[in-house]
Design a protein around this ligand. Sequence first.
Ligand SMILES: Cc1ncc(COP(=O)(O)O)c(C=O)c1O
Length: 369
Amino acid sequence: MPGDVLPMWVADMDFRSPPAVTEAIIKAGQHGIFGYSKSRADYFEAVYNWFDRRFRWKTEQAWLVKTPGVVFAAAAAIRALTEPGDGVLIQPPVYYPFSRLVNANQRRLVNNPLIYEKGSYRIDFEDFEAKIIENKAKLYILCNPHNPVSRVWTREELIRLGDICVRHGVTIVSDEIHCDFIYPGHHHHVFASLKDEFLDHTITCTAPSKTFNLAGLQAANIFIANKDMRKEYQEEIKRTGYSQINMAAAAACQAAYSCGSDWLDELILYLDESIAYVKNFLADEIPQIQLTEPQGTYLIWLDFNKFGLSEEEREDIILNKAKLWLNKGTMFGVEGRGFERMNIACPRAVLKKALTQLAEAFRGQDGIV
Ligand SMILES: Cc1ncc(COP(=O)(O)O)c(C=O)c1O
């Protein structure tokens, strides 16, 4: 990518991690001996407290399986709990590795597209159940909050989904990696916390990586309460050859969850103001671009359909005129046609520059004066 193009695509932030994280990594580094390591005895306490304090979800140490990431964890779930040819359901437009993992593992992709209406997304529950029955789907990958449409699913929506899954014996992989980015007026519900039957059917995927900008450290905390399911899952992890968390990642995760609460609260305020800035900017400068109401995550989902451009034409303007690197909507499924995903976890000045470049590039296109 040319050096003058602003990268606003991959889902990590331009912000430094909390100082306590850097200090923990430096301390681990100063030890100077980097042999095979376990996380500290009080690692779980930090993870437990985070989910208890922020989401009122009480986990147990026995449920925890550590993996090098959430994508790795979802792949392991697909392999552990389904057979080649089995149906795995996803809700596009959705985080693109989901469909890739299903296809790469020779499972059958079952799509339950979200419904886009008046600038927001909702679930097609009738289609959800029909697709499960028709395809005898074994596994459902839930994305909550949803990347890229930034919906935070409500308690009622999650219960409706969960009841359908339980009724048909479908296991849920609940990817909650974005759970810490929730904007005022919305509330994250840990899916497995809503009913005992849900807990029994669910693999809950969490990680400190989005929240504290630690993606490069490669660590995730996966919770599986159902003992038999956990055993099968752990067997699959063993087959991959993975055995223990990276020592620097463990130190960083523990420090982040122990000391990062105030840092995160400040970050959410900043991002919420950035969203307000985007809304005002688009309304004043390029009202043809419709912002999907952001409820969670730091990824915004922009509808460019009013311009009537082909994907190639739009991409050309974004890259060569606006000088921005975004994610084109069709990466997330054909349902993303005409959309772009933009990462706003950057200083406001960068966001301002990016939006100004976007407005200038699209000025002169149909409908823009
Ligand atoms: C929904 C979702 N799941 C998983 C990931 C990546 O997780 P990991 O880096 O732990 O594999 C991302 C990153 O963007 C994501 O948006």
